[in-house]
Design a protein around this ligand. Structure first.
Ligand SMILES: *[C@@H]1O[C@H](CO)[C@@H](O)[C@H](O)[C@H]1NC(C)=O
Length: 226
C-alpha cells in the first residue's frame, strides 16, 4: 500500500513539473499592445479574437482562394504583399501560423522590415530574389543569398530583412510565418513616415545627417507595402 502512495506521489510531482514547464512564462502577445482598463465595458478581447462555437464552424472558416491572383505591383517599391493571416482565414485564430504571397516587378523589392511576432520561411516560385537579414547589435551581421525557383530562406523572428528582384522578369514568392498575426514594421516608414513625425533633433543625431536630409526623407511618401 505504502509503495502505491509513493508511486502516486511521484506521478503527481512529475505532472506538476510538466505543468510548471508549460506555464513557465506569459504567452506572447498577439497584437502590438494591450493597455489595461478597470472596466471591461471599455475593453476589447485580446490575444487572439473571440472564438465561434465549434459546432458552428464550417470548412470556409479554414479556406482562402486568392493565392493565384498576382498582387498589383504598380507602386514606388515595385512589390505587393498579399497577406493570408487570421484576418483572411478566421480559422487561424490561436494556431500560430499564416502565409503571404509576394509579387515583385523586375528590380522591385520588399523593403527592409521586421515581423515582431514571427519567424518567416520564404520560397521562390518564379524569378530571382536577392534576400537577406541583419543580426542584432553589436555584430549587425548581414546574411544574404540569391534564390532561384524552388529555393527557400529563413528570416528569424524580429530581425530586419528584405527581398530584391535582381532578374529582368517578374518574381513570385510564398512565405509562411509563425504567427496568426505576424505584424510588420517597415523601417523607413516607421522612422521617416511616422504620424506624427519624430523630432528632427532625434533623427539628425540618430542618423548623423543634417536637418535638411531628415526633412527630405520625412517629406517622401512611404508606401505601406505590407
Ligand atoms: C494598380 O495600382 C495603380 C496605382 O495605385 C492603379 O493606378 C491601377 O489602377 C491598379 N491596377 C489594377 C489592375 O488594379
Amino acid at each position: 500500500m505504502a509503495s502505491n502512495y509513493y508511486f502516486v506521489t511521484i506521478a503527481i510531482l512529475a505532472l506538476a513539473s510538466t505543468v510548471l514547464l508549460v506555464h513557465a512564462s506569459d504567452p506572447s502577445p498577439l497584437q502590438d499592445f494591450c493597455v489595461a482598463v478597470n472596466d471591461a465595458v471599455d475593453g476589447v478581447f485580446v490575444n487572439g479574437k473571440f472564438c465561434k462555437d465549434p459546432k458552428m464552424a464550417k470548412a470556409e472558416d479554414f479556406f482562402f482562394s486568392g493565392f493565384l491572383t498576382p498582387g498589383n505591383t504598380s507602386n514606388p517599391v515595385g512589390s505587393y504583399v498579399t497577406p493570408v493571416n487570421v484576418m483572411q482565414i478566421p480559422g487561424l485564430n490561436t494556431l500560430g501560423i499564416s502565409m503571404v504571397r509576394v509579387d515583385y516587378t523586375p528590380y522591385g523589392q520588399n523593403p527592409p522590415h521586421t515581423h515582431p511576432r514571427a519567424t518567416e520561411i520564404l520560397v521562390v516560385l518564379e524569378g530571382t530574389l536577392y534576400v537577406g537579414f541583419v543580426t542584432s547589435n553589436p555584430e549587425n551581421r548581414l546574411f544574404t543569398k540569391v534564390l532561384y525557383p524552388g529555393e527557400a530562406f529563413v528570416f528569424p523572428v524580429g530581425l530586419i530583412h528584405f527581398q530584391f528582384n535582381t532578374g529582368k522578369t517578374n518574381a513570385v514568392a510564398i512565405a509562411a510565418l509563425s504567427s496568426q498575426n505576424p505584424g510588420v514594421i517597415t523601417i523607413a516608414n516607421a522612422v521617416f513616415g511616422s504620424n506624427p513625425k519624430i523630432s528632427d533633433d532625434v533623427l539628425t543625431k540618430a542618423f548623423q545627417v543634417d536637418k535638411n536630409v531628415v526633412d527630405y526623407l520625412q517629406a517622401q511618401f512611404w508606401w505601406p507595402n505590407n
